[in-house]
Design a binder for this molecule. Structure first.
Ligand code: FAD
Length: 476
């Protein structure tokens, strides 16, 4: 469609959908016929992000701006209350139409509802679309019309659905008659809180739409054939790594889904590709839950857990945060997160189990720390993952099933290469990623690579026993 430069522009309000391809929002905005002004607003919801996701958001915004400039456009950046900013930009540009992609956490839903109502009152045309999910939460219903609380039937309900092929990116983007003033991204200082960790994590982050697409291609070409068998081995590098891209919308789930479907049908990797599709649907399930039960972010999802004697934040939890529990597999996971901004799913489960069970500390303490440190932080998956592991969540691992970090190490890190990578920080065989942990860690922690490795914060048998006793007392 050619652009009518005399038609009023459309504002495309971008949030966690920072890409151009397979983006129904772009498609809708371009259909308006006039120029499109893409705008990102650093409002209180984004401003409250943890240190690592906030830094990573800045990287994503910079990548998108570069992509837009290559097409003759640019990203308009503004800071403040989203409603007030949109009002101002509409006034400045003469735009009469706003398009955005829907979000599903309660804070965003509440904000968006209010904004939609007030824009409509002003006579502005507002359209919201789905650019972030395969199956929007209200489109998957049980036989009785309710929502799913268990993953397997959710998967069965969606597995056979036909999904639209990804939409191509818009071509050259005609600019508006004049660009409204934009904030300078650097002035937002999105990396201030992650501080010296930024330089370390940046070595591992894979930022932007093109890099995300390449990452998917490499995964499908080189690794999907061993995904099912090796995805639980942290050192195997058998997973896609796409979570940091999906979370900012640098790639669409549809793009990943269709690549998986092609691998399943055309490349003879049926079981492996099916497993990948199932994992993508775990993300969908998390959004299904956060939409239908928004309290999953802040409250025990399952009844009866409020009385559980979890500890509030405590010194043992501080050792957990610092990767200093003296339990190797736990510390390796916690340090991996600090150095790379992500943690392997196996060690996410294990570190979360250790905190909530061996250390009897509330899942909210761990959820908050992951929210601070993960560059793939996702409000739905993080909340679900924590409550699942703690036992208080939907379809949860039963509380009495307690991961033993040593057994897990024997099983999933038998050659110790994962622990070597993140724990062996000094001496002739030191690994650079293990050493980097000490460069990334805040100076106030006062730790150095040459320091002794700590004694275990708790005996594994003792921790397990205490946790089980508390669980039995609760169930009695
Ligand atoms: P792959 O194995 O390649 O899977 C492909 C995609 O499927 C992932 O990118 C992700 O989008 C989705 N996926 C896979 N496993 C899960 C899962 N268990 N739950 C939801 N989606 C899944 N994931 C996040 O994206 N953000 C989080 O903040 C987050 N916090 C978690 C906290 C805990 C305590 C736990 C146990 C899990 C958490 N997860 C989170 C889920 C999972 O650990 C990551 O999605 C996964 O490790 C990402 O690696 P990958 O992209 O290589 O995944």
């Amino acid at each position: 469609m050619s652009t009518n430069c005399t038609a009023p522009p459309t504002l495309l309000w971008l949030r966690r959908d920072l890409r151009l391809s397979d983006h129904p929002g772009w498609q809708k905005a371009v259909e308006g016929g006039g120029p499109v002004i893409p705008v990102f607003i650093l409002d209180p919801i984004f401003d409250a992000y943890g240190a690592a996701p906030k830094w990573r958001l800045g990287e994503s915004l910079a990548a998108l701006d570069a992509d837009l400039r290559a097409r003759g456009s640019r990203l308009l950046l503004r800071r403040g209350d989203a409603a007030a900013v949109l009002d101002a930009v509409l006034d400045e540009t003469g735009a009469r139409r706003v398009v955005w992609s829907r979000l599903y956490d309660s804070a965003s839903i509440e904000r968006d509802r209010k904004i939609k109502a007030s824009l409509k009152e002003r006579g502005i045309d507002v359209e919201s679309v789905n650019s972030s999910l395969l199956f929007e939460p209200w489109t998957v219903e049980t036989n009785t019309g309710g929502f799913y609380k268990v993953y397997s039937p959710f998967w069965r309900a969606v597995a056979q659905r036909d999904l639209a092929e990804p939409i191509v990116a818009p071509g050259d983007l005609a600019p508006p008659a004049s660009w409204p003033a934009s904030d300078d991204l650097a002035s937002w200082r999105l990396g201030a809180a992650i501080n010296r960790g930024a330089e370390i994590v940046a070595r591992h982050a894979v930022v932007g739409e093109t890099a995300a697409r390449d990452r998917l291609d490499v995964f499908i070409d080189d690794r999907i054939d061993r995904y099912k068998s090796e995805r639980n081995v942290p050192s195997a590098h058998a997973c896609s790594g796409l979570s940091e891209n999906l979370t900012y919308g640098e790639i669409s789930p549809h793009t990943a889904w269709h690549a998986g479907v092609r691998a399943r049908t055309e490349r003879g990797h049926a079981a492996e590709a099916e497993h990948f599709l199932k994992e993508l649907v775990w993300r969908e399930f998390a959004y299904h839950l956060i939409y239908h039960t928004p309290q999953i972010e802040t409250e025990n999802w399952r009844e009866g857990w409020d009385a559980f004697p979890w500890r509030d934040d405590n010194e043992d939890a501080e050792r957990w945060r610092r990767g200093m529990t003296g339990v190797e597999m736990v510390d390796a996971g916690m340090r991996e997160m600090y150095v790379t901004g992500v943690m392997h799913n196996r060690t996410r489960m294990l570190t979360a189990s250790f905190l909530t069970k061996h250390l009897m500390t509330h899942w909210k303490v761990g959820e908050a720390w992951f929210r601070e440190c993960l560059i793939d932080w996702d409000p739905a998956s993080n909340a679900m993952g924590w409550q699942w592991t703690a036992g208080s969540g939907p379809d949860a691992a039963p509380y009495f099933r307690i991961f033993n970090p040593d057994t897990q190490a024997d099983k999933f890190d038998s050659d110790r290469s994962y622990r070597h990578r993140f724990l062996d920080a000094s001496g002739p065989g030191a690994h650079p990623d293990a050493t980097a942990f000490f460069d990334a860690a805040p100076r106030s922690w006062d730790i150095c690579p040459q320091g002794p490795y700590p004694e275990p914060v708790i005996g594994l048998a003792e921790g397990r026993h205490k946790a089980l006793k508390a669980y039995e007392a609760r169930s009695a």
